[in-house]
Write a protein that binds this ligand. Structure first.
Ligand code: HEC
Ligand code: HEC
Length: 333
């Protein structure tokens, strides 16, 4: 029974398909996609996504059974947490701010520094990192195997494999690909409803795509180009330049995050250093932090207080107010 209820709660994969009247406003480039991209080797499967949802919320995936993926990617905060650095299983802060996993199916590469390309590969990282979930796959597969419902469902969905590292990762990735931001007022505007957003938001959109030039990196329906840029923060974190082997050309570059549900996702940036959207806009308008003489990707510009309010009014229209994320009831031992 529990399983059926949870399966029915999986985000529906149908999208707004109405054709638009608003093409003249240049809004066409921001239209939501009609389908979620699933890789051929891991196609959408409702039961696997439901199983993945349980795992995502299940602290049994951490060594001390004290932390789950949702501890740091919480749907209430746009799939982040409202602190600059989340605490891991060891009670120490992680070195970077938790990014959203909203629209994960379209995010590539993954991590702030772009170091992995698939969700399957990504999820192994936090599970085994000592400062994050501090588990081993040996211990969690053993622990999950002791739970009847997990044993039954893994056995049914992955008949020749059962509970293993690769099946756990497939389930988590399949679930994450179903986490899609729902229709927001901005989408209604894109689809031709001129009353869906305020005049202030329309002026803000004009600034976003015009004078403030946010659009040079925050493109398309998700508002990201999925590229790495240096926006002139001063965290000392090398970002894309700090991988193995080091690549100094990418120093201080971080991946552009999408802006869907951005008002729910403070604080901002890879280091969580900017507390509000006002601060973010002030940072960009100044052309990066005053002391950082290295922000090749951004230029300063002047915005009035009204302009800033308009830009924020636009960013607020990207908030999905319709998607409910029921917490799964996890199987008991
Ligand atoms: C203790 C907090 C914490 C936990 C627990 C955690 N994450 Fe994360 N997650 C982070 C941080 C911090 C990053 C960014 C790390 C980086 O870029 O170096 C991240 C990055 C990600 C990303 C990449 C998003 C992007 O935009 O590139 C995904 C996907 C993700 N986590 C999924 C998961 C899954 C699945 C789990 C559970 C298996 C999980 N996380 C557990 C903190 C956490
Ligand atoms: C040169 C590319 C570029 C431009 C131009 C740009 N951004 Fe960004 N944006 C990024 C990158 C890259 C990040 C992540 C930076 C980091 O954490 O170091 C980011 C982060 C953000 C964040 C925080 C997202 C989060 O999840 O924490 C917001 C909000 C934002 N940008 C809004 C804007 C606005 C508004 C403008 C225009 C005033 C703008 N950006 C201009 C590339 C850009």
């Amino acid at each position: 029974m529990r399983w059926k209820a949870a399966a029915a709660a999986v985000v529906p994969l149908l999208f707004w398909t109405v054709q638009s009247l608003a093409e003249t406003a240049g809004l066409d480039a921001f239209r939501r996609p009609a389908t979620v991209p699933f890789p051929a080797e891991a196609p959408y499967n409702r039961e696997i996504a439901t199983l993945g949802k349980m795992l995502f919320f299940d602290p049994r995936l951490s060594g001390g059974q004290n932390i789950s993926c949702s501890s740091c990617h919480n749907p209430s905060f746009g799939w982040e947490v409202p602190v600059s650095k989340a605490m891991g299983a060891a009670g120490t802060p992680i070195r970077r701010h938790a990014p959203t996993i909203l629209n994960a199916a379209w995010i590539t590469p993954l991590f702030w520094d772009g170091r992995v390309t698939s969700l399957e590969e990504q999820a192994a990282g936090p599970i085994t990192a000592p400062d994050e979930m501090n588990a081993t796959f040996e211990e969690i597969t053993k622990r999950l195997s002791a739970v009847d419902d997990y044993r039954i469902w893994f056995g049914r969905l992955f008949p020749s494999r059962g509970i293993r590292k690769d099946t756990v990762l497939t389930a988590l990735a399949t679930y994450q690909r179903t986490i899609v931001s729902g229709v927001a007022d901005f989408d209604r505007w894109v689809e031709g409803d001129e009353t869906a957003v305020s005049d202030a938001a329309k002026r803000g959109f004009a600034l976003f795509t015009g004078k403030a030039n946010c659009i040079s990196c925050h493109t398309g329906w998700m508002f990201t180009d999925n590229q790495l840029h240096d926006v002139g923060l001063q965290s000392g974190d090398l970002g894309g330049g700090g991988l193995v082997p080091p690549n100094p050309d990418q120093n201080f570059r971080f991946k552009t995050p999408g802006l869907r549900n951005i008002v729910l996702r403070a604080p901002y940036m890879h280091d969580g250093s900017l507390a509000s959207l006002e601060e973010v806009i002030r940072h960009y308008a100044a052309g990066g932090a005053a002391a950082a003489d290295r922000s090749p990707d951004i230029d300063s510009f002047t915005l009035s207080a009204d302009d800033t309010a308009d830009l924020i009014a636009f960013l607020e229209t990207l908030t999905d107010t319709e998607t409910d994320v029921p917490t799964p009831i996890l199987p008991a031992n």
